[in-house]
Design a protein around this ligand. Structure first.
Ligand SMILES: [Cu+2]
Length: 443
């Protein structure tokens, strides 16, 4: 059989293998004293998937890292190629209770795949807008790149709005290292995000971070009221002037009997549809039209829209029913991205331990230690944690409404081998803990 294979194909294959196995990162910046590491070694450390076309479930999403097809340019630069296919009219299960979301997807899932590269790589992401789609779409990546690669319609760049049936290759050198969101940036942006066109993009430093088991967590929500979709903007001058005329003037600020205008405090009732938060298993989804009071007090910048379901990694309560197994005494890292639309603030709170937090993942050392991180839309960062004691611990948004509506999970902390053998000697909670957060190898 061997003699039938064209000689140029053998050469191409062997060249590709040679390039991918001999490419190194650490030596690119020898000034920092890094030990050179091969591309394949580093990708293995990163837990890069072998199956680039997988549609990860929300359980698999935790550890599904798509590092692209690897090749090398003539000057030795590592090239990573990705393909994202956008499909509308996708029926996405967003709970185990039967809630199906009419979503738009990158590669068939919400969130889209976590793409992972190394600082300095040349990245090429081909985005295909399926011909059966009705809308133009784009890929807007955070991080550094040329204007034509930014995926926004302003400026007239072809990558700003890919028509149905079209495609575009976004191309750039990955910088700086950190964790980033990616999303479609076609107007109305809130609708294209709410429908599910977003994901996580990790640029790893050339010198690897301390190795530990890593998870991807992307926080999102779903507004199921599609009849509210459409452009949102400033009121027309006529509307704005009419609104101002409608406010009755204050009669007197000194007279306690004076009639003052009634001003809404903007107390949008986020408690509607609440369930017993202690159980946190049932979604009570209310999609009916808001009352006039709710409409008046809702945030006018988002057209009064609100989410009915909140999740981490796409499916409500998924890690309550499937707790994430971790081991006491072992360090873990979470790449965390907030892609929640309409609600201005989201948060991540961990029970039973503290974590080190690095804002945007752009520093080698953490910025602070906490057990809650609060994030606005598009914020992201890196959490590093360790549990000292076995047991089941909750993690969730620190907004009760979000937890009641799906954003809540569990870590199932198993005792580690060392702890198991020394259990007889020391097991009480009054024992001095191992001061885990400070043991994560930061000098
Ligand atoms: Cu879009």
């Amino acid at each position: 059989m061997l003699e039938k294979i064209p000689i140029n194909l053998i050469f191409l294959v062997s060249l590709t293998l040679t390039l991918t196995t001999t490419g190194i990162y650490g030596a690119i910046n020898p000034a920092n004293g890094a030990t050179p590491i091969s591309v394949s070694q580093y990708d293995k450390m990163k837990n890069c998937t072998q199956n680039l076309s997988k549609h990860p479930t929300s359980i698999e999403y935790l550890t599904y890292f798509n590092c692209g097809h690897i090749s090398s340019s003539s000057n030795g630069q590592i090239i990573r190629d990705f393909t994202l296919i956008i499909n509308e009219n996708q029926k996405i299960p967003i709970s185990d209770e039967g809630h199906i979301f009419d979503g738009w997807t990158f590669n068939g899932t919400i969130p889209g795949p976590t793409m992972r590269v190394t600082e300095g790589d040349h990245v090429r992401i081909k985005v295909i807008n399926s011909p059966e789609n009705k809308h133009a779409h784009s890929l807007h990546l955070h991080s550094i790149h040329a204007a034509g690669m930014d995926g926004v319609s302003m400026g007239g760049y072809p990558g700003g709005a890919i028509p149905p049936g079209g495609s575009f290759v976004y191309e750039f050198n990955a910088a700086p290292y950190g964790v980033f969101p990616y999303h479609c940036h076609v107007d109305p942006i809130a609708d294209h995000i709410n429908r599910g066109l977003y994901g996580m993009f990790i640029i790893d430093p050339k010198t690897p971070r301390t190795q530990m088991t890593e998870f991807a967590m992307l926080m999102n929500g779903y507004d199921l009221n599609f009849d509210k979709e459409g452009p949102v903007g400033m009121p027309t001058p006529a509307e704005a002037n009419a609104d101002q005329q409608a406010v009755k003037p204050v009669v007197s600020t000194d007279d306690p009997q004076a009639v003052k205008p009634v001003v809404s405090k903007g107390s949008h009732d986020h408690g509607k549809g609440k369930t017993d938060s202690g159980k946190g298993k049932k979604l009570n989804v209310e999609t009916s039209a808001p009352t006039a009071t709710e409409n008046a007090s809702a945030n006018e910048n988002d057209g009064g829209r609100d989410n009915e379901i909140y999740t981490v990694n796409g499916k409500a309560f998924q890690y309550m029913t499937h707790p994430i197994p971790v081991q006491a005494g072992k360090p873990y890292r979470i790449y965390l991205v907030n892609m929640l639309e309409f609600d201005l603030i989201n948060s991540f709170h961990m029970h039973g331990t503290m974590f080190n937090y690095t804002i945007a993942g752009t520093e080698e050392k953490p910025n602070y230690m906490t057990d809650i991180v609060t994030m606005a839309q598009g914020d992201r960062g890196i959490i590093e944690f360790q549990y000292d004691y076995p047991g089941k611990y909750m993690f969730h948004a620190h907004q009760a409404e979000f937890t009641d509506k799906g954003w809540m999970g569990l870590f199932d902390v198993k005792p580690n081998a060392v702890q198991t053998t020394t259990t007889a000697a020391a097991t009480t909670a009054t024992d001095t803990p191992s001061n885990s957060v400070k043991d994560l190898n930061y000098s």
